[in-house]
Design a protein around this ligand. Sequence first.
Ligand SMILES: Cc1cc2nc3c(=O)[nH]c(=O)nc-3n(C[C@H](O)[C@H](O)[C@H](O)COP(=O)(O)O)c2cc1C
Length: 353
Amino acid sequence: MEPLVIGKHTVRYPLIQGGMGVRISAGRLAGHIAKNGGVGLVAAAGIALNSGFYNGKNFFQAEAEAFKEELRKAYEIAPDGVIGVNVMVALSDFEPLVRAAIEGGAKVIVCGAGLPMGLPELTADHPDVALVPIVSSLRAAQLIVRKWRKTYKRLPDAVVVEDPDTAGGHLGEKMEKIGIGEYDQYATVREIKTFFQDEYGVAVPVIAAGGIWDRADLEHAMAEGADGVQMASRFVCTEECDASDEFKQRYIDCKQEDIGLIMSPAGLPGRAILTNKENIREYDLDHHTPCRMGCLKKCSYKESGERFCIVTALDRAQRGDVDTGLVFCGTNAWKSDKITTVRAIFDELFDNL
Ligand SMILES: Cc1cc2nc3c(=O)[nH]c(=O)nc-3n(C[C@H](O)[C@H](O)[C@H](O)COP(=O)(O)O)c2cc1C
C-alpha cells in the first residue's frame, strides 16, 4: 500500500483518524495514531470542557488554550508524526481555533460541518499547513475548490468524502435523505477525483470516510478509487482514546439497532447510540440550564431552548455519564467487542500489505 501524501506531509499508511469532538480525539489518541504511521487529528469542538483551562466563564479563551495543549501532548507522543486538527466550520470560534491550531504546530487542518470557504486566507502565512475540506457531495467540493482557486490561487491538499449513511457525529445530509440507499460513497469519491483531473489536471488525494472498520473495508475503499481512508469509530475502543471507560463500554455493549439518528440543535442530523435519547433531552430541560457557552454559530438550543445543549451532552458522555450524555458513533460501532490498542488495529489493517 502506498504512503499517503497530503501537501508537504507524508504518512506511511493511507489512514487519517477522524476528528472526534469534545475530547474523544484529543492529544493522546492523535499522538498514538501519528506514532503508528497515520495522520492523527485533535478535534477542536469543546476541547476546553473537562480540561484545566475552563473556569465556567472563559470558554473561547479556554478552547484555544486547551487545543494548543492537546497538540503539545500529541507531539510529545509522536515528535515527528503528522499531527493535525479537525475544526468544524459551524463553531462560533472557527477562526480563532484555526489560528490556535497553527500556533500549536498542526500540519493538517481538516474542516467539516460547513463549507470552509475562507480557510486559505486564515492560513496564508503558513503554506506548509495542508488544508483538507470534508464534503459529502461533488457539488460541495466544487463550490469550495472553485472559490479557493479563484480567490486564493490554491487547491485543497486532499478532500475527505464523508458518507452520511455510515459516518458518526454530525452528517452533511438532510435527515430524510439518510439511509435510503440513494447515496453512493465511492461514486462521489470518483466524481471528485475526475473533477480535479478534468478541471485542473491534478491528482488531489480523495479520502473515504464512514463505515470503514477492517482490512476488507480498507481494501474495498482503495479498490473503489479512494486514496486513503478516514476512520473514527474504530479507534474509540482503544486504550489511547481520550474518552472515559464508560463511553468506550457503551460501544462494546451497544447493538446494531441501538444506533440511529438524532436531530442536533446545530440543525444537522447526527448519528449516535440512542438508547438514552429521552434522558439526553430531558437533562437540560429539567435543570433549566440555558446556553452557557455559545459554542455554535447556529444552534436552536442557544436561540430558543429547543432540543438540548449538544456540547454539554457530549461532554457528559466523554466524562462517563452515558445515561444523560450523548454518545456519537458510526454505524459500525456495534462491532467493538473489547478494548484494544492503536498499534493492534494498525497491525490488523496493514500487516504484510
Ligand atoms: C464520537 C465521534 C465524534 C465525532 N466528532 C466529529 C467532529 O468533531 N468533527 C468532524 O468533522 N467529524 C466528527 N466525527 C466524524 C468522524 O470524524 C468521521 O468522519 C466519521 O465518524 C467516519 O466514520 P466511522 O466512524 O464509521 O469511521 C465524529 C465521529 C464520532 C464517532
